[in-house]
Design a protein around this ligand. Structure first.
Ligand code: DQA
Length: 156
């Protein structure tokens, strides 16, 4: 029998990469004035309003981020990932995303395409479902909308 609705809430893992814990302090003209805790509260409130459960993790280290992705197996239905500067060169994070087989939305606060040349290329995007960039903290909320849609579509 085809299952039409999925059981229980959708679980989303939100990962912030290096230097994102410095939001509010770090280059506010580019990343905005809202601090990390405020952005996370917005993420939690939006997830709750969508009926989803969210786990938020941050690390400045590549290995730890890979651990977060690996541990999502069996718990999370989708990942929202801002890998920070690792976006542009971490094949190891890319492999972890690909191996997770979870729908993943790559997120950036800034419009990476309007910045330095090296930021225009993501080695992770090809293994993600899609990319959202340039809307400040709202990028994460748009990514939650997209993640919800992806998980629901996969159960239709
Ligand atoms: C970022 C963009 C990256 O190029 C940068 O290294 C970051 C933040 C963003 O959210 O706009 O750390 O991922």
């Amino acid at each position: 029998m085809v299952q039409l609705t999925r059981p229980g809430p959708i679980h989303i893992l939100v990962i912030h990469g290096p230097n994102l814990n410095m939001l509010g302090v770090r280059d506010p003209d580019i990343y905005g004035r809202e601090d990390f805790a405020t952005v996370n509260r917005q993420i939690e409130a939006h997830a709750t309003s969508l009926g989803m459960e969210v786990r938020i993790q941050q690390s400045n280290g590549e290995g730890e981020i890979i651990g977060f992705i690996q541990n999502a197996y069996g718990w999370a239905n989708a990942i929202v990932l801002n890998a920070g500067a690792y976006t542009h060169y971490s094949y190891a994070i890319r492999d972890a995303v690909a191996d997770s087989r979870l729908p993943t939305v790559e997120v950036h606060l800034s419009n990476v395409h309007a910045r330095e040349e090296f930021r225009r290329h993501s080695v992770i995007a090809p293994v993600c479902t899609g990319v959202i960039a340039g809307f400040g903290p709202h990028s994460y909320l748009l990514a939650l909308d997209a993640a919800k849609n992806l998980v629901e579509e996969s159960h239709r």
